[in-house]
Design a protein. Structure first.
Length: 200
């Protein structure tokens, strides 16, 4: 792809680093931005900078937040005896969109994957047992993608939690095997949460 400007080429290269954005889409985005007024561009650049400078990680669950503790963990209406363990923020958003779950979350920040050299010590697992005891959690829902890595992580967690005398359940398999939670439709995901089953 030939560019008339080094600045445009650099912007296209930066945009094309985003997942799912190829050079042609990146060029369309850059050409759109060129037509915007300075105030709109400054608003966009300010929002991008704020993502790195102002976002915090919730000290309770590992969610992203504007404050030390996220809105979900602070919400007194949530059921603190129910803990849903997920891979990342996208899974929290997907489950919240179903309006079927009113407990708390714990975000692992990944999945166990020996092939990639990722073990339990590389994930946000250190504080799970402490949270279970502190909130007197009665049930842990292991809500991980139905992949080999998700099942491996779920098996590891179920063994760890059962030793604490906590009920461990997983999403019912309405979610397609090999599917990612973030791509499941809200009805399927909602039913999976509502009709969860014991983890085996």
């Amino acid at each position: 792809m030939e560019f008339s400007s080094r600045i445009i080429e650099q912007a296209v290269n930066e945009f094309s680093r985003f997942p799912g954005i190829g050079k042609k889409t990146a060029l369309r985005l850059v050409l759109h931005l060129i037509k915007q007024n300075e105030q709109d561009i400054q608003g966009l650049s300010g929002a991008i900078i704020a993502l790195k400078d102002q976002l915090k990680t919730c000290k309770e669950c590992g969610n992203v937040s504007d404050e030390e503790v996220c809105n979900i963990c602070k919400d007194q209406r949530r059921d603190k005896t129910l803990l849903c363990v997920v891979e990342d923020l996208r899974d929290v958003m997907a489950i919240e969109n179903t309006s079927q779950y009113r407990g708390l979350y714990h975000i692992l920040g990944g999945l166990i994957s020996p092939m990639d050299g990722i073990g339990p010590e590389d994930l946000n697992m250190a504080s799970i047992e402490e949270r279970i005891k502190k909130n007197e959690v009665g049930e842990v829902i292991v809500a991980l993608s139905a992949t080999m890595e998700g099942d491996t992580t779920g098996f590891y967690l179920s063994r760890r939690f059962k030793s604490l005398g906590v009920k461990v359940s997983s999403l019912s398999r309405g979610i397609a095997i090999g599917g990612e939670l973030e791509y499941a439709d809200e009805i399927t995901l909602g039913r999976s949460i509502a009709s969860r089953v014991p983890f085996e």
